[in-house]
Design a protein around this ligand. Structure first.
Ligand code: FE2
Ligand code: FE2
Length: 277
């Protein structure tokens, strides 16, 4: 008999028809399964809302944190909102479908492997994951430029009304710390975000300079500080598990068709977060 599980996936990138077909095939094994969706559902607002609404019809709970692609403002999208306004619009729209966001009270998983507070976080990045040999974000960005590695976010992810993405990141870190500090101190957490919470997972990037767009050193100890039973992230398109300080970090991405066609779909695509395998 199946038992309820806390499952996770990310980087569905439904703009690609092959990925959309994969998403349409996703179903729970048990009526009580919860699904974490850790960002990069897509770029168009209607794609993001439609996909999360579909998943919410199937899973007992859907918990979403945005990725960079949700926050891109592209000319092709009829919704031209930028930055914070775009984020708030998405939050309200998916909340209307019963999806939990970083702006909702954190739910507690009480199924097998619980209880644990599931905390979706929107943290962004602040260019502090510096490429080796550089000492400041400006030096890091110059090195990335020289290597020909510049994340599309630089052109499409508007930080409005913040002066830049690092300032937006600082505000999100402060907000998220306050929320996590207020959690019951006797309960473990599952920390969920699009970008990795620590630097370690970025050490296997093919283009090491890309780490600039992958997180912030401000969260380096959060897995310990907030009693994480697991940390869930995506963004790197390198599905795998690592361990730090006895905590399991799970990269749960699907990725682009050209990536998963070559290596096969992640097996299983929906990673079990709890109960711990
Ligand atoms: Fe992605
Ligand atoms: Fe991403």
């Amino acid at each position: 008999m199946p038992a309820p599980r806390l499952l996770a996936v990310s980087d569905l990138h439904v703009r690609h028809p092959e990925n959309r077909a994969v998403v349409e095939s996703l179903r729970p094994d048990d009526d009580g399964d919860w699904l974490i969706v850790a960002g990069d559902v897509g770029e168009r607002v209607d794609d993001v809302i439609g996909t999360l609404a579909l998943l919410r019809e199937r899973f007992a709970a859907v918990i979403w944190a945005p990725g960079n692609h949700e926050l891109w403002t592209r000319k092709k999208d009829p919704v031209a909102l930028r930055g914070e306004d775009r984020y708030r619009h998405l939050v309200r729209a998916v909340q209307d479908h019963g999806v939990l966001t970083p702006e909702d009270p954190f739910p507690t998983w009480t199924g097998p492997g619980g209880p644990a507070v599931v905390a979706p976080l929107f943290l962004l990045y602040d260019y502090s994951f510096l490429p080796d040999g550089t000492a400041t974000p400006a030096e890091g960005l110059a090195a990335a430029c020289r290597a020909g590695v510049v994340c599309t976010d630089e052109h499409l992810l508007a930080p409005d009304p913040w002066p830049d993405r690092a300032a937006w990141c600082a505000a999100r870190v402060a907000y998220s710390r306050e929320r996590l500090d207020a959690c019951a101190p006797d309960l473990p957490t599952v920390l969920v975000g699009h970008w990795p919470l620590t630097r370690l997972p970025t050490r296997v990037l093919r283009y090491p300079e890309f780490s600039l767009w992958c997180g912030t050193t401000a969260t380096a100890d959060w897995h310990v500080r907030y009693r994480a039973a697991a940390v869930v992230y995506g963004h790197l398109h390198i599905p795998r598990e690592t361990w730090e300080d006895g905590v399991r970090f799970v990269e749960v991405s699907l990725g682009y068709p050209r990536e998963w066609r070559a290596r096969g779909l992640p097996d299983p695509l929906l990673r079990t977060v709890l109960p711990a395998p």
